[in-house]
Design a protein around this ligand. Structure first.
Ligand SMILES: Nc1ncnc2c1ncn2[C@@H]1O[C@H](COP(=O)(O)OP(=O)(O)O)[C@@H](O)[C@H]1O
Ligand SMILES: [Mg+2]
Length: 281
């Protein structure tokens, strides 16, 4: 597993486009526990009229990859929409640096939400815009950057996801894997502290899904961004997660949180069964 990046890595990213910086970050000293970015307290979330998950209590730490896992329909996407402030919880709080994401005036909330990058499950690009325009769009909406600076930053984000030179391509010209990477570049447009990805590997063949996992780890390593990733794919869970959160579809609450290998060995029976799917013995 890639070591957690130091805060200095964020500043070490080159300002110009190009390949990811060479060399690895040093591991954090054991004593320096990463700070908490987001706190979830007593959260209950509904889809339509049904409360799909409740009693959720966990932290998201700086620089970690936290996977939210569970069978289809358990409420992963619903929870993600609450964590980014798009839906109001039935009960409880989501706190970003101590600020409640669902309280306060519209300007304050918008400022908080700008600190996230999000790639939704159906994370399509805008098909009538080039890749560069897709990545620049959030900058146009939310920043006062000039056109030349937007262009420079968009080229850099595209380079980060391996799409150097893709600025003028249209989404229809890309393979599925390239489209996902471009959507990731767009999610990175505003230099988020926290990146939320809902099933980024869905619809990709296993090789391209694995490449995307690797890219997520690289981004975390080099940018220091914390990543909250929703998936039900075991290969992804074991490849990327520092910690995994299991949402139980029957108990309607989280029944496990920890490093996936620990959960596989010592977790509750249904979590072990979930993590053992597809494992050849
Ligand atoms: N807008 C909605 N109205 C009613 N039910 C919904 C809505 N969205 C999702 N659901 C239901 O809520 C449950 C959780 O959905 P979802 O969060 O999409 O699950 P997951 O992402 O884990 O597959 C599912 O049973 C789904 O059918
Ligand atoms: Mg979903």
């Amino acid at each position: 597993m890639t070591p957690l990046p130091q805060a200095a890595d964020r500043a070490a990213v080159p300002a110009q486009g190009g390949a990811l910086p060479a060399g690895g970050a040093a591991a954090l000293p054991a004593a320096a526990a990463p700070p908490v970015l987001m706190q979830v307290r007593g959260l209950a979330v509904a889809a339509g009229n049904a409360v799909v998950q409740s009693g959720l209590e966990f932290d998201i730490r700086a620089g970690e990859v936290l996977v939210m896992m569970g069978p289809s329909g358990c409420g992963k996407s619903t929870l993600l929409r609450h964590l980014v402030g798009l839906e109001r919880p039935v009960a409880g709080q989501v706190l970003l640096a101590g600020h409640d994401l669902h309280q306060g005036n519209a300007d304050e909330l918008a400022a908080l939400r700008r600190r996230f990058g999000v790639m939704f499950q159906a994370g399509a690009l805008w098909s009538s815009m080039s890749l560069g325009e897709n990545v620049m769009f959030p900058m146009r909406l939310f920043t006062r950057l000039g056109a030349a600076e937007r262009r420079r930053r968009a080229r850099f984000k595209l380079a980060l996801v391996g799409l150097d030179g893709g600025f003028d391509l249209m989404p229809a010209q890309l393979s599925g894997g390239m489209r996902k990477r471009a959507a990731l570049a767009r999610a990175l447009a505003l230099d988020p502290e926290l990146l939320f990805l809902d099933e980024p590997g869905s619809g990709l063949d296993p090789l391209n899904a694995a490449r995307l996992d690797e890219l997520v780890l690289n981004l975390r390593h080099h940018l220091g961004t914390a990543v909250v990733l929703v998936t039900h794919e075991n290969a992804s869970i074991f490849a990327v997660a520092d910690r995994a959160l299991y949402l139980d579809p029957h108990a309607h609450t989280m029944t496990a949180l920890g490093p996936p290998r620990e959960l596989l060995a010592h977790g509750p029976a249904e979590v072990r069964a979930f993590l053992q799917r597809g494992v050849v013995v």
